[in-house]
Design a protein around this ligand. Structure first.
Ligand code: U5P
Length: 212
């Protein structure tokens, strides 16, 4: 069954906790990125840890192998269960993230192709396919692929096989959750849920749409 992952890009600790708690019964994981961590601190991972949901750190790690390892160690020590890393820095840098994740029993996902319009400028022309291949050869747990381009998800699925695909870009960015849900393992939703008047009810609606 396709998972629903809440992208919690709100900017204060109290509303982050309130939205996460209210939505928790309907979501399978929570993704936290720079906006919330820079606003509320890395301790937000411990604040949300009690919900019993996997926490994914969307830091799109993109440095040299040693720095990648140091970043990932901090992320997993803070209580996260998974990390998202870029692959364009090369296989040694990606493998450093994968190794740091797997040493703590965590997971690492590699960005194969991004969801925004400008992503086509660099990811198209074979790069996304190479990044998906890199995810396989570096033994990553899966990839990030764009819900805004279901046809591209299908191409990338052909490369990574049964590895996980998490897909952002539905709702606010225009992707159709019902279409994407058939192609991926998890749909990532941010603004459509956390900006809704009733985030929990919206999370419940999204869960029903992607799981039907
Ligand atoms: N995200 C994307 N596209 C990508 C990779 C990551 O949207 O290619 C992230 C955003 O940073 C945000 C979430 O945290 O997924 C989507 O949020 P929203 O557009 O549903 O609000």
């Amino acid at each position: 069954m396709t998972e629903l992952i809440l992208a919690l890009d709100v900017l204060d600790r109290k509303s982050a906790i309130a939205i996460a708690e209210a939505s928790a019964p309907h979501v399978d994981a929570i993704k936290i990125g720079y906006p919330l961590v820079l606003a509320a601190g890395l301790g937000i991972a411990r604040d949300l840890g009690g919900l019993g949901l996997p926490l994914i750190a969307d830091f799109k790690v993109a440095d040299i192998p040693n720095t990648n390892r140091l970043i990932c160690e901090q992320v997993f020590a803070a209580g996260f269960d998974a990390i998202i890393a870029h692959g364009f820095t090369g296989s040694d840098a990606a493998r450093a993230c994968v190794a740091a994740a797997h040493e703590t029993g965590g997971a690492c996902y590699i960005v194969a192709e991004m969801s925004h319009p400008g992503a086509t400028e660099f990811f198209h022309g074979g790069t996304a396919e190479r990044l998906a291949e890199l995810a396989v050869t570096s033994r990553a747990d899966g990839i990030i692929a764009p819900a805004t381009r279901p046809e591209r998800i299908a191409v990338l699925r052909g490369i990574i096989g049964s590895r996980t695909i998490y897909s952002p870009g539905v709702g606010a960015q225009g992707g159709d959750p019902a279409v994407v849900a058939r192609l991926v393992d998890g749909v990532i939703v941010g603004r459509s849920i956390y900006e809704a008047p009733d985030p929990a009810a919206e999370a419940e609606r999204y869960a029903a749409r992607i799981r039907q």
